[in-house]
Write a protein that binds this ligand. Sequence first.
Ligand SMILES: [Zn+2]
Length: 220
Amino acid sequence: MNYNINSLIPYIPTNEYDAVAEEFLHLYCEEALLRPMAIPIEHIAKNELGLDVKYIRLSEECDIYGMTIFSDGIVEVYDPAECLYDSKIFKRKTILIDPEAVKKTNLGCRNNTLAHECVHWYKHRLYYKMQSYTSTRQAKYCKCRVENLPNITEDENIMEAQARGIAPRILMPRATFIEAADQVGIKCKNENRDAIARLAKMFNVSRQSVRIRLNECGLL
Ligand SMILES: [Zn+2]
């Protein structure tokens, strides 16, 4: 894997996203490369990557669905009971998921959000380690938004695209996904409504996520 030597962002062309997802599963859930299954992503986040997963509201407008925290420090979160933002201290290696905002994401699936934050930890922690040398009081974190804002940096854009691209490939690894699609009778140009629902259940992801993955694999 190549890194930008100044920023420590990994260079991952989109045609290598499948390979990165497979490398992740090889390390943390080998079984998923052998047979179609729902990836136990929360278990992997907690027990394999050693991340603390917390479900907490992050914004009033539900426009931030997840955060990964790379250094100890203060993070602003939203308290819906008081209708106020509040500063809280979180530890490094914490994932924050906003359960309300997740419903607004394109893929509307908690597992996809967990996988997305796992990719940030797996591939982007060196970048944030570099950043943490500049200020110590504020936690270093990435904030994942339902809609990308125009003012996010080029670095953040690259890493966000990588996490968005790799997360569904972890949850639906190419070879076993294609095998399962064949088993449930996915046919090119058919509506495939029931077969898609079965795949969504099998991999524990949303139907929309299955549809996108089928397209990527050239099966629809
Ligand atoms: Zn993200």
